[in-house]
Design a protein around this ligand. Structure first.
Ligand code: ADP
Length: 503
């Protein structure tokens, strides 16, 4: 059956048709042959019986008058009958009366034959037949004939040969008919298979199959066409959605570029007016001090005028100048942060395998003063390498370490650790910067990566850009960053980075 399974549908159909027709032909012809054999044997028995009956009839006279010669002459007449070999006549007592051997072959007849009934049997290559000689209920004796079955066997053989030839001819004919008619079933299926193959090869869902007739193939074709129609509609929608997505992505990329440009230009160009403001406010401060010293030198100033200008000179103007100074330095910090951020986006970066042990150790050296000042205990484990841009990774880990220092809990000695582990599969490395600082509550853990987002703006300095820069650098490396933290206990910042260029 497994061989059958791998055959083409065309061959399967031919084999099925032959499997049905050959047994039917073989069975039919076997029945015909068996019936033929029986018929031929019956014919031989009937002929021989008729001859025996005739011999008996004409032998009554010679038997009645003891005319042996007469019975001999009658038996000699049997020579004209082709298959008869021997003829014997027995008297009413069953004793051999006359015998005649037609063939050369010696045959010993039964010495006595009392059978009063017709009897025959096929024994060896002969038919043995005895027939009683009876007239008007008087029994005169028995005729015994021995006929050769050789001609009978010959004609059976020739019948079988010709029937086998006819059967072979019919089998060949059924094969040719099967070959011719299998197409009515296999052709539509093969056509469908061909179209399916074409579709899967060229992804062309516009083709359709056609069938003339109202059978199950027609139902199959209609279902197939319907399915193609639906796929085509789905594909069209998908293509349109993909084109729209590409268009939006391009638009987004363009807008992003524009935005980067705006950030760069504004943060860069706003610096010179800011420097002017800082410079002129210093100038104003200087002038104010000049006015104050002139007024001091003037000696007597009327009290009512002094009361009026003192609050202006010593409070209002000085307070305003202080505000201008604080605001400009805040703006300066913001602009330098924005510049740093735009530099990350504009940087053309070369990527390499990075020795993270070296990179982190250099970075810690740069933070040596702050670490000592805050009395922080820093622990660095052996770190696996990763694939990236050295400068950007330095910036990334500097921002994380700077935050770990900035957000330490003043109530306990600072503990910071930097660790790293290869992920199962070896495609990525996950580094972790952990501190025992103030921690971040769950609801803000995602928000802190957003631009300008700060949790306690009044308590610490900063622009809310450090983690935004970290996020940018990580996504430029096809990596990811996330935080696990508990308020009052500390934070763990995880950074996942690729180990090879393929990632
Ligand atoms: P900045 O530090 O300038 O405020 P960041 O983007 O670096 O900006 O950080 C955003 C906010 O995330 C910070 O204002 C702070 O509230 C919180 N944060 C960052 N790192 C830590 C940390 N290690 N522990 C606690 N809070 C942190």
């Amino acid at each position: 059956m497994s061989i059958m399974r791998n055959l083409s549908i065309r061959n399967k159909l031919i084999i099925l048709m032959l499997l049905v027709s050959i047994p039917a032909l073989v069975l039919g012809f076997t029945i015909v042959i068996i019936m033929d054999i029986f018929q031929l044997r019956e014919d031989l028995v009937n002929h021989t019986r008729l001859n025996a009956k005739l011999v008996g009839e004409v032998s009554i006279g010679p038997l009645t008058f003891y005319d042996k010669r007469g019975t001999e002459e009658i038996l000699e007449l049997l020579e004209v009958i082709p298959n008869l070999e021997n003829g014997f006549v027995y008297d009413e007592n069953g004793k051999l009366y006359t015998s005649h051997n037609i063939s050369k072959e010696e045959f010993e007849p039964p010495s006595s034959l009392l059978a009063k009934q017709v009897y025959h049997e096929f024994k060896g290559d002969y038919l043995h037949l005895s027939h009683p000689i009876i007239r008007q209920d008087v029994f005169y004796g028995t005729v015994y004939l021995r006929a050769s079955t050789e001609p009978l066997q010959r004609s059976i053989r020739s019948r079988i040969t010709s029937l086998i030839l006819v059967m072979v001819g019919l089998i060949v004919l059924s094969y040719l008919l099967a070959l011719r008619f299998q197409g009515t079933i296999s052709y539509p299926i093969l056509k469908l298979a061909g179209v399916t193959e074409k579709i899967s090869h060229y992804s062309d869902y516009s083709v359709r199959v056609h069938h003339e007739g109202r059978d199950e193939i027609d139902v199959l074709y209609k279902g197939f066409n319907n399915m193609l129609e639906q796929i085509q509609v789905g594909q069209k929608k998908r293509d349109e959605a993909e084109a729209e997505q590409r268009r939006l992505m391009a638009q987004l990329a363009e807008k992003n570029k524009e935005l980067e440009q705006v950030i760069y230009v504004t943060s860069h160009d706003l610096r010179s007016p800011l420097v002017n403001i800082q410079g002129f406010s210093q100038e104003l401060n200087f002038s104010l001090n000049e006015i104050n010293s002139i007024l001091d030198k003037m000696g007597h100033i009327p009290q009512d005028i002094k009361d009026k200008i003192d609050p202006i000179l010593h409070e209002d103007i000085q307070e305003s100048l202080k505000y201008i100074e604080v605001s400009t330095s805040k703006m300066d910090g913001l602009l330098s942060g924005l510049l740093k951020l735009s530099r990350v986006d504009r940087m053309t970066s070369t990527f390499d395998s990075i020795d993270m042990n070296q990179l982190i150790s250099d970075m810690i050296n740069a933070f040596e003063f702050q670490l000592k000042e805050k009395g922080v205990n820093i622990r660095v484990e052996q770190l696996p390498p990763c694939f990236g841009n050295e400068m950007q990774l330095n910036q990334l880990f500097s921002n994380l370490l700077s935050n770990a220092l900035k957000y330490l809990d003043p109530k306990r000695p600072g503990e910071i650790s930097i660790t790293g582990k290869e992920k199962p599969g070896g495609d990525y490395v996950v580094y972790c910067v952990e501190d025992n600082g103030i921690g971040i509550s769950k609801e803000y853990q995602k928000k802190i990566f957003e631009i300008f987002h700060r949790l306690n703006p009044d308590e610490t300095d900063g622009e809310g850009l450090g983690l935004t820069i970290v996020n940018r650098i990580v996504s430029r490396h096809s990596g990811s960053v996330w935080v696990e933290s508990q308020p009052g206990k500390g934070s763990k910042f995880f950074v996942s980075l690729p180990t090879t260029i393929n990632n």
